[in-house]
Design a protein around this ligand. Sequence first.
Ligand SMILES: [Zn+2]
Length: 199
Amino acid sequence: MSIYPAPLENLIRHLARMPGIGQKSAARVALHILKQPRELADDLSRSLLDVKDKIRFCSVCFNFTDEDPCSICSDESRANGVICAVEGPGDQLAIEESGVFKGKYHVLHGVLSPLDGVGPEDLKIGELLTRLEKEKICEVIMAINPTTEGEATVSFLAKLLSDRGITLTRIALGIPMGGDLKYMDAMTLRHALKSRTCL
Ligand SMILES: [Zn+2]
């Protein structure tokens, strides 16, 4: 039998299903919501429904958006012929937050993973190819996470785009800011040496 009244137990159960939230954190959040004025619960439930009702994928870059095309795709000042291909919407947000990239994005929605049954047709690769022609793209930057599947995806795309007259680049892999060479794994060091740049 639960130590909490049923409605509270119910909320804790739902919260505990969220990624990164265990039973204890779920109970803490639920008790916090309970203690706050009713407005918090109202705002929270409205936000949850808004996200489900209003957010969809941009039909051009396949990022999350509440307007189609999204604000980046419809920003003409960003039509500079460069597309940054990323694995998921979170990766796009991270790059956008860095404030360095001024081109457009393409969200692939995953990486190739034959063992999990994810093939090229499951990703937004065909849509990327269509955009290359349509938007006169001269460079595609691969900002794919350096996992085994990510590397396979980069190789696949490199082969696919090789005869299209498009410059294909990838973000550098190596030592993170504040990192320490002594604690880096051999693979990271190999990539860092391979990706060295002139000063
Ligand atoms: Zn878009």
